[in-house]
Design a protein around this ligand. Structure first.
Ligand code: PEP
Ligand code: MN
Length: 348
């Protein structure tokens, strides 16, 4: 839809636009209002070079597309009924809680194994554990390939599916070899399109799920969905979206909590939304509140940092991991909110 700056295009202007549109197989149809005329483009109106050429015309104010830009992620796409199944749980049918340590400490593997058992006991459906960590400073602990063995051992012992972040193809190779169930793409790589595409291709036609975090820099809802489209277009429709807080941060919190984008995502895409309250608020005492807010907003699940002994954890765990006891209460409360809100939605 082309909206001109003046109430109506002149004949010459309309001819110029029509010529451009026809080059791309489109037709221009004027829609006359009381005071203004706007111009619909009939055909493949999403052709980006055509749009840019039209936007380059000084007399054009705006171009608004009617068709969805997401061929596969769109709520009305052929994937609208696609169901993601992890460890026998159908996402969307009950709160899917992923919990575990921010970072696996290769020097203290017992903590992770204990945490794994404890989060299972608390009601978590999947286990998170960072093998590799994106750190602000290159001198900080970056993770350790050997932690993958500990993560896999925890899956064997608990039966919980496992989640870990990969940042490059080297790590992806190791994670795929270990058959990691949920590949987490962190906020720093959320727009690394070549990595997203590669992950989609390498996990095509498998049951591997990708948990895609939102960019830190308050990326628009549409940008997050478009980034996920790269994975799905690469061949893997098992993608879940993860709001995790944005910058600039709210004073006192690590980031600016963004669980409130959940209903906006759900209006546009079929992909499940798993909210990360741990990185959003960044302090253990604020995590339960943010987690329950996410459930009230309609999240399909949560990813939460939890540790049996946070003070002896590494990475984010000393400040933002909750104990398994707090997690157990949180999961019960999350179920209560799920029951209330899902019931209301059916009635409404
Ligand atoms: C994490 O999950 O530990 C992590 C580093 O997340 P994010 O990419 O959201 O910062
Ligand atoms: Mn963390």
């Amino acid at each position: 839809m082309i909206i001109p700056k003046e109430p109506k295009l002149t004949k010459e202007q309309l001819n110029e636009i029509t010529e451009i549109a026809e080059e791309y197989g489109c037709r221009v149809k004027p829609i006359e209002g009381h005071h203004r005329t706007i111009y619909a483009l009939l055909g493949e109106e999403r052709e980006s070079i055509m749009i840019n050429r039209i936007l380059g015309l000084t007399y054009v104010d705006r171009f608004d597309a009617i068709d969805s830009p997401y061929k596969l992620m769109d709520i009305h796409s052929e994937l609208t009924h696609h169901k993601i199944v992890i460890g026998g749980h159908i996402i969307g049918e009950s709160p899917f809680i992923i919990a575990g340590q921010c970072t696996i400490d290769p020097k203290n593997p017992n903590y992770f194994i204990e945490t794994a058992h404890a989060v299972k006991e608390a009601g978590a459906k999947a286990l998170r554990g960072g093998v590799w960590k994106p750190r602000t400073m290159p001198y900080a602990f970056q993770g350790d390939d050997r932690s993958m063995k500990i993560l896999v051992e925890a899956r064997e012992k608990t039966g919980l599916p496992i989640d870990t972040e990969v940042m490059d193809e080297y790590q992806l190779d190791i994670a795929l070899e270990a058959q990691v169930d949920i590949l987490q793409i962190g906020t720093r790589n959320a727009l690394n399109y070549s990595l997203l595409k590669k992950i989609g291709e390498r996990t095509a036609n498998s049951s591997t799920t990708v948990l895609l975090k939102r960019t830190r820099a308050m990326g628009p809802v549409s940008e997050l969905i478009a980034a996920a489209e790269y994975i799905v277009a690469g061949g893997n429709p098992n993608v879940m979206l993860c709001p995790r807080g944005t910058i600039p941060q709210m004073e006192g919190y690590r980031n600016n909590p963004d669980e409130s984008i959940t209903p906006l995502l759900k209006e546009k895409t079929w992909a499940p939304v798993i909210v990360d309250p741990s990185h959003s608020v960044g302090r253990a005492q604020y995590v339960p509140g943010a987690a329950l807010a996410a459930m009230a907003y309609g999240a399909d699940g949560l990813i939460i940092e939890s540790h049996v002994d946070p003070a002896h954890g590494i990475g984010d765990d000393p400040k933002q991991a909750i104990t398994p006891e707090v997690l157990a209460k949180l999961i019960k409360d999350a179920q209560t909110i799920w029951d209330i809100t899902r019931k209301e939605r059916v009635v409404a």
